[in-house]
Every structure is written in structure tokens, then in C-alpha cells.
Design a protein around this ligand. Structure first.
Ligand code: IPE
Ligand code: IPE
Ligand code: MG
Length: 228
């Protein structure tokens, strides 16, 4: 991969867990479980490649509209997955960030996740951001409200960028969506102004190193012009 022009920041819309499970006559939760494994695998892979920032879309503000059973199962799997992966992240010097409106989470899910974030906060290696209860529109409204509370009556684009959950991070260079859907579903609306998109047909649990390499190769061939 050394000859490739690598993105600094890769973001992933991890979609297709349910369909992956359905194809195997398994419950949707089995797909989410396999999805957590794929997330761990992708984090390891990006880390080994030297990618500086990985941001994944794990649960959207709209995903709260799913059945209570699916939402709880997803929460359980994410909490367990993050806890299980913590030692490895620590070893790899990975810094974990949770982006989203965590106020909607039950304490029993929020607290353990925030504890892991805290314990990994001093790490200086790759920054892994997990978007939970995240919506791009909600994030922009959050930033504007923060500025209003400071008493601002006029703001700039920089002000918004500096008050998003992602403040301090570079914008994503490459955004990958799996499962053959061609939409953003409210992901990083502000930050994706000049991101390159890559759509993979495979469902998220099947997104592996080989698929990632294909995405990186495609990115490497893109010419980014930024309007010039
Ligand atoms: C992605 O898989 C995981 C979440 C959105 C939480 P889906 O659950 O959306 O799976 P599909 O798209 O229904 O196959
Ligand atoms: C986007 O997937 C959100 C995540 C992957 C977490 P969805 O499955 O929720 O998106 P839509 O409903 O297909 O647009
Ligand atoms: Mg989906």
C-alpha cells in the first residue's frame, strides 16, 4: 500500500447489518454482532496503515425510531464491544472519542462508554471517533446553540466548525458507505463539504481489509480540486 496516497481521515457509514443477517436467516442482532467485529477489524487495519483519524457512524439520531428490542440489543453490543476492545486500543495508543447526543442514553449504557473514552483520552495515536446518537443536522444545531449561549449574535463558518462534536479534527478526506446505498443519512453534513465518497456493495459485516484496500485505491486516483 506504500505507493498509495492515503487519506488522513477516513469515515465509514457502517450499513447493512440487518440485510447481512437476513441473507443468513439470522436475527438482525446477529448482524449487529458481526458488525462490531468488522469495526474492530477495520480499526486495526486503518491503524496498521497509519491512517490518523477513523470516524464511524454506529447509531444515528433517526435510529432511535427502531424497535425498543433492536435499540437495546445494539446498545448492549456496542458497550460490550468497546469494553472488550479497550485493552487492544490501549496497546495501540488509540484515542477514543464518542460523538453525538449522549443525553438520550440510559446511564447503564452511557457511563461505561464514557469511562472507556476517559481512560483512552491521553493516548496520542490514531483518533477513533464513534458517532452514537449522532445526526449531522443535530450537530450543527448543537454548535449554533452553544454559540448563542455565549451571547453571540453573528457567527462565522469557522465558529461553527470549532463548536461541532468534531472540533479540532480535520474534515474527512474519504467517506465510505457499505451495503449499496448511495446517501449520507445525516452523516457529517458540515464536515463532508469536500470529502470524497466511496460506495461499496458489500454489507458492513463483510467489509474487510480487501474491501478497504479497494476503497483506498479508488481514493488514491481521485483528483481533489476544492473548486479551483
Ligand atoms: C447498520 O445496519 C447499523 C445501524 C444502522 C445501527 P442496519 O441495521 O441499518 O442494517 P440494514 O441497513 O437494515 O441492512
Ligand atoms: C445510517 O444507516 C446510520 C448508520 C449506519 C449508523 P441507516 O440504515 O440508519 O440509514 P438509512 O435509513 O438506510 O438511510
Ligand atoms: Mg441500514
Amino acid at each position: 500500500m506504500a505507493e498509495l496516497k492515503l487519506p488522513r481521515h477516513v469515515a465509514m457509514i457502517m450499513d447493512g447489518n440487518g440485510r447481512w443477517a437476513k441473507k443468513r436467516f439470522l436475527p438482525r442482532t446477529a448482524g449487529h454482532k458481526a458488525g462490531v467485529d468488522a469495526f474492530v477489524e477495520m480499526t486495526d487495519a486503518c491503524n496498521e496503515l497509519g491512517i490518523e483519524y477513523l470516524t464511524v457512524y454506529a447509531f444515528s439520531t433517526e435510529n432511535w425510531n427502531r424497535s425498543q428490542e433492536e435499540v437495546s440489543a445494539l446498545m448492549e453490543l456496542m458497550v460490550k464491544g468497546i469494553a472488550k476492545y479497550e485493552p487492544e486500543m490501549q496497546k495501540r495508543n488509540i484515542k477514543l472519542k464518542i460523538l453525538g447526543d449522549l443525553s438520550r442514553f440510559e446511564d447503564k449504557y452511557r457511563d461505561p462508554i464514557l469511562d472507556v473514552q476517559q481512560r483512552l483520552s491521553k493516548n496520542t495515536g490514531m483518533v477513533v471517533s464513534i458517532c452514537l446518537s449522532y445526526g449531522g443536522r443535530q450537530e450543527i444545531v448543537y454548535a449554533v446553540n452553544k454559540l448563542l449561549k455565549e451571547g453571540r449574535s453573528e457567527i462565522t463558518a469557522d465558529d461553527i466548525g470549532e463548536n461541532l462534536y468534531s472540533a479540532g479534527m480535520p474534515d474527512p478526506d474519504l467517506i465510505i458507505r457499505t451495503s449499496g446505498e448511495y446517501r449520507t443519512s445525516n452523516f457529517l453534513l458540515w464536515q463532508s463539504a469536500y470529502s470524497e465518497y466511496y460506495f461499496a456493495d458489500v454489507f458492513w459485516p463483510d467489509f474487510n481489509r480487501e474491501e478497504l484496500n479497494k476503497a483506498l485505491e479508488a481514493y488514491s486516483k481521485r483528483e481533489r480540486r476544492y473548486g479551483r
